[in-house]
Design a protein around this ligand. Structure first.
Ligand SMILES: [Zn+2]
Ligand SMILES: [Zn+2]
Length: 270
């Protein structure tokens, strides 16, 4: 029995076989004056005859309708303009797909390009106002988890996202030859990389165990922990060569290097 009416027997009285039937009963058969929204509301709860299910379904439907609306209104623009853009740029959808070696080479190139872009722009985002107004949001989690990869200011998504979308665009503008399948694969792998680096899990089978230059979760965890250093996304070489590695071990190594250079300088002058 529903608790939609103060007098609980009312909902039992108006309940019919169908929702429309229940609505008609609510309209004509009850002593309480209700407006249209209240009548629909009362009919829904009386017809369902199970408040848990009625509220659950209502919120489920509400969520779906809002998501659908936002898909139609907001995302319709990128959805309908993407293919024409691909055609203009020369991104192909033809079969057969390119040779796997070509796909692997292109994805490798995009990884290299994105990593370079990410390193410099991310480092830049750690300065003063850029950090305060843009990047700080992403750093709300000192110990990140997978989904935190996507938690960022829209401006940041746009600027750093350029590395993911802009690299293939620049590539196809230059070569005039790229397959949409390669692009899909690249975006999936890049998303996987971002979630992996924020997962906080450093498994024995994590990629950095086989490729020592792969950044992985351990590398980016230190960035979130110390707020400084380890700016690159996929590889370790930019932080290594620019001396921006994060964490106590890197700090020790840096101090050791500085000591050695100072000693060498002393020896030369003595
Ligand atoms: Zn950062
Ligand atoms: Zn992060």
């Amino acid at each position: 029995m529903s608790a939609v009416f103060a007098n609980s027997t009312l909902s039992h009285l108006v309940r019919a076989e169908t929702f429309v039937g229940t609505l008609q009963n609510v309209q004509h058969g009850i002593p309480v004056r209700l407006n249209v929204a209240e009548r629909l509301w009362a009919a829904w709860y009386s017809y369902m005859n199970n408040d848990v299910l009625a509220t659950g379904l209502l919120f489920f439907l509400l969520h779906e309708v809002i998501v659908l609306l936002s898909h139609f209104l907001v995302e319709a623009i990128p959805i309908w303009t993407f293919h024409p853009l691909c055609e203009k740029l020369g991104i192909s959808v033809q079969v057969p797909f390119p040779h796997w070696k070509k796909i692997a080479l292109e994805i490798g190139l995009f990884f290299l390009g994105e990593d370079m872009w990410h390193y410099w722009v991310h480092r830049f985002l750690h300065y003063g106002v850029f950090y305060k107004y843009i990047h700080k949001q992403h750093h709300r989690y000192a110990a990140p988890f997978g989904m935190a990869a996507e938690y960022a200011h829209p401006m940041e998504t746009l600027i750093l996202g350029f590395g993911t979308v802009g690299m293939p665009m620049a590539y196809v503008l230059y070569t005039g030859d790229l397959h949409l399948f390669t692009l899909c694969l690249w975006i999936s792998l890049r998303l996987f990389q971002a979630v992996d680096s924020h997962s906080g899990y450093d498994f024995p089978w994590s990629l950095n165990k086989f490729l020592p230059f792969w950044a992985g979760a351990e590398h980016h965890d230190l960035h979130h922990h110390y707020f400084i250093g380890n700016y690159a996304s996929s590889f370790r070489w930019w932080d290594y060569t620019m001396d921006t590695e994060a964490g106590p071990e890197a700090k020790l190594a840096r101090e050791e290097r500085m000591k050695n250079t100072a000693n060498r300088g002393l020896k030369k002058t003595s």
